[in-house]
Design a protein around this ligand. Structure first.
Ligand SMILES: *[C@@H]1O[C@H](CO)[C@@H](O)[C@H](O)[C@H]1NC(C)=O
Ligand SMILES: *[C@@H]1O[C@H](CO)[C@@H](O)[C@H](O)[C@H]1NC(C)=O
Ligand SMILES: *[C@@H]1O[C@H](CO)[C@@H](O)[C@H](O)[C@H]1NC(C)=O
Ligand SMILES: *[C@@H]1O[C@H](CO)[C@@H](O)[C@H](O)[C@H]1NC(C)=O
Ligand SMILES: *[C@@H]1O[C@H](CO)[C@@H](O)[C@H](O)[C@H]1NC(C)=O
Ligand SMILES: *[C@@H]1O[C@H](CO)[C@@H](O)[C@H](O)[C@H]1NC(C)=O
Ligand SMILES: *[C@@H]1O[C@H](CO)[C@@H](O)[C@H](O)[C@H]1NC(C)=O
Ligand SMILES: *[C@@H]1O[C@H](CO)[C@@H](O)[C@H](O)[C@H]1NC(C)=O
Ligand SMILES: *[C@@H]1O[C@H](CO)[C@@H](O)[C@H](O)[C@H]1NC(C)=O
Ligand SMILES: *[C@@H]1O[C@H](CO)[C@@H](O)[C@H](O)[C@H]1NC(C)=O
Ligand SMILES: *[C@@H]1O[C@H](CO)[C@@H](O)[C@H](O)[C@H]1NC(C)=O
Ligand SMILES: *[C@@H]1O[C@H](CO)[C@@H](O)[C@H](O)[C@H]1NC(C)=O
Length: 576
């Protein structure tokens, strides 16, 4: 088309001759924005290193302008994250009417957020997370361009408000986590149909699982953990077929788990620990080929642990500890070839560790504490074949058995061996001398006796050892955990980050190992709320387009032509 050609030639010309027309770079910021920011800065007590005597606010730290005008530049980004800012947010900030990105996260800002901020029509990203803001979210907001809101980690109160969604059909992330929100998740959340990530965790939300949430068909991540939500989780969850991660742990859910997991074809992470779920594991769950991390710790689930590893091909981490599951320990688990973490502690399993467990070659963390297991000899004989095993927790089992001694077990990669409270007889076994990577050893509350072998002194990484409350140690002045702590204190620093089950591992007392913490799985989660939002990138792309428009627009005589080119749709058709 002639017209398109004309536009094309025009743009080519403009771009080729762009160099001489760089006046826009030297323009100062608009007086409106200067006033807004100056007023904003007067409420910030410290942390803001702005040279307010320089009237071009576009040069101030954290301020970005665009080239939107022939006469002055407008502030489009205010990015002041992690700058130790202290103070309140002035109402004047809402005067930045071209603002697209507002990032005040990780500071010491307090007070209310100005209501007018929630009426900025160009705002795409708000991040005020991790400050000391308080009060309710201003109601009646109208943010027609908003894509991403993160106000987590503050002291906000009142009900969670979904009017945030009502004005924008682009919004993909809302993070209201770690505040003091109360009440039920309101019905109007159903209108947030574009939402992909919703974080409501660590508040005091109550009521049942809001039906409005079933309408969020684009949802990929839903975090509701650490609230007071009660009632059942019903089959409707299957409607959220895009869910990748669902965390409803530490609430008051009850009833049976829904048999709807075959519809959740993207669900990789399901965390529902510390609720009051009962009944059996649903068939669709134990046959899910999608699940990677499964945590149902600390519920009242029962029946058999009938995970079908032929179907659950991606299963990596399973925590079914502290439930009422009945044994025997299922040897089918041994065909879960990718399993690295398994916690079945505090169930009524009974019997021996199945010989087939030797096939758990990926296994790194195994806790079978307080499961009424018998025969420690066969357990260790089997588990020594799990070559990647670094943490083995077997407390409260093998009542009154003999610690196997004259055998040649190999636990070369073991970092933590925790077998207290078993009333084991015998002595510290010589086969342990091969476990030179050992960092933590707990054999307390047994009936072991004899000497504390010299080779334990040569374990360079050992920093915690508890042999307290055993029968009698010979040739040693004292018993107890403090015994080696001088000798081993040097090693402590080396161990940081070297611990098998993640950094948190260090902070747990060994007594907690029969429980859940070592198997939390959260640190493996592929999606984090802190993840860079997609909006940021989209915003950049759009700014490029607009930047081009304005870059050309500087040549005032041709402004009309350019406008026509854009209006014709030709430029957009080409750039999209
Ligand atoms: C614009 O600023 C640059 C340096 O920032 C300078 O070299 C140039 O001369 C200025 N142009 C005008 C027209 O003021
Ligand atoms: C602040 O800006 C003024 C005006 O541009 C300039 O004269 C002064 O040197 C600047 N001060 C600092 C510390 O940069
Ligand atoms: C403004 O224009 C300059 C020069 O043309 C360009 O480098 C800069 O990226 C533009 N800024 C924005 C925010 O579009
Ligand atoms: C805001 O800034 C913080 C710290 O500078 C950064 O970690 C975070 O990713 C930013 N938020 C967004 C939404 O980009
Ligand atoms: C939001 O503001 C825009 C622009 O001012 C207006 O057109 C729209 O009607 C408002 N929406 C609501 C829900 O108030
Ligand atoms: C187990 O869940 C109950 C609530 O169901 C909670 O009070 C308790 O703290 C949880 N225990 C652990 C170890 O998480
Ligand atoms: C858990 O659910 C059972 C019924 O399945 C009920 O009897 C029990 O009271 C509930 N416990 C709590 C703490 O809500
Ligand atoms: C286990 O999964 C396999 C593969 O999906 C399937 O063929 C088999 O029927 C399942 N077994 C049970 C008991 O559901
Ligand atoms: C062991 O498990 C039983 C129930 O299976 C429980 O009552 C008991 O408190 C547990 N003991 C420890 C120390 O965890
Ligand atoms: C065992 O651990 C090593 C090193 O971390 C790893 O490369 C290997 O793939 C693991 N084996 C299995 C079967 O996962
Ligand atoms: C323990 O298991 C071994 C085989 O691993 C067997 O020889 C032994 O008899 C078992 N001990 C008891 C008390 O069942
Ligand atoms: C030592 O362990 C026994 C059980 O093996 C227990 O009865 C006793 O109270 C423990 N003693 C101390 C001092 O903790």
């Amino acid at each position: 088309m002639q017209y398109s050609k004309l536009c094309f030639i025009f743009i080519l010309l403009t771009i080729s001759f762009k160099a001489p027309f760089t006046r826009s770079e030297n323009l100062s910021c608009s007086s409106y924005d200067l006033t807004s920011l100056t007023s904003f800065s007067s409420f910030i007590d410290n942390g803001l290193d702005w040279n307010t005597s320089d009237s071009n606010c576009c040069t101030w730290i954290g301020v970005t302008c665009d080239n939107s005008s022939v006469t002055s530049k407008r502030v489009v980004r205010l990015e002041l994250g992690s700058r130790r800012l202290k103070g309140r947010i002035s109402e004047s900030l809402a005067g930045l009417d071209q603002l697209r990105i507002l990032n005040l996260s990780q500071n010491f800002l307090y007070g209310h957020l100005p209501a007018r901020l929630f009426h900025l029509q160009n705002l795409e990203i708000i991040d005020t997370s991790n400050n000391d803001f308080a009060g309710p979210i201003p109601g009646g907001s109208n943010l027609s361009s908003i894509r991403y809101i993160d106000i987590s980690g503050n002291g906000f109160i009142g009900s969670v408000d979904a009017t945030l969604c009502e004005s924008s059909s682009y919004i993909h992330t809302i993070n209201l986590g770690n505040n003091y929100f109360t009440g039920e998740v309101p019905a109007n959340f159903g209108r947030c149909s574009s939402l992909q990530q919703l974080f409501l965790n660590d508040n005091q939300l109550s009521g049942s699982f809001s039906e409005s949430l079933w309408q969020l068909r684009n949802l990929r991540i839903l975090h509701l953990q650490h609230n007071l939500v009660s009632g059942p989780l019903n089959d409707e969850i299957g409607k959220l077929s895009n869910l990748v991660e669902l965390d409803i742990s530490s609430n008051r859910f009850s009833g049976i788990l829904p048999d709807a997991f075959e519809r959740l074809e993207k669900l990789e992470n399901f965390f529902a620990g510390s609720n009051n779920f009962s009944g059996h594991l649903p068939k669709s769950l134990v046959n899910s080929p999608y699940i990677i991390f499964l945590n149902l710790n600390n519920n009242t689930l029962n029946g058999a642990i009938n995970l079908n590893c032929s179907a659950m091909v991606h299963l990596t981490s399973v925590d079914l500890g502290s439930n009422n599951f009945h044994g025997p320990l299922p040897d089918v688990i041994s065909s879960c070839q990718r399993l690295t973490h398994l916690n079945l502690a505090r169930n009524n399993l009974g019997g021996e560790v199945p010989f087939a467990f030797k096939n758990l070659q990926a296994q790194r963390f195994l806790s079978l504490s307080n499961s009424s297991l018998v025969n420690i000899s066969s357990a260790l004989a089997t588990l020594q074949h799990c070559r990647n095993l670094t943490s083995l927790i077997l407390s409260f089992n093998f009542h009154d058995e003999q610690m196997p001694r004259n055998v040649n077990f190999h636990f070369r990669n073991l970092r933590a061996l925790v077998i207290p409270y078993c009333e084991l007889r015998g002595s510290i076994p010589t086969w342990l001398s091969g476990s030179k990577m050992l960092q933590l050893l707990d054999l307390s509350w047994n009936r072991l006796s004899g000497t504390i072998p010299f080779w334990l002194h040569e374990f360079n990484y050992l920093f915690y050892m508890d042999l307290s409350n055993n029968s009698h140690w010979r040739n040693t002045s004292r018993t107890g955990k403090a015994q080696f702590s001088v000798e081993f204190s040097v090693a402590y620093n080396q161990l940081q980050g070297d611990i098998p089950a993640g950094g948190q591992f260090l902070t747990f007392p060994p007594s907690s190992f029969e429980g859940n913490e070592g198997l939390h799985g959260r640190q493996h989660t592929p999606f984090q709320p802190q993840q860079a939002p997609h909006g940021a990138q989209l915003a950049d792309e759009e700014m490029t387009i607009i930047g081009l428009q304005f870059g050309l627009g500087v040549m005032s005589g041709f402004l009309y032509t350019v406008t026509l080119c854009f209006a014709s749709g030709w430029v957009f058709a080409k750039t999209r």
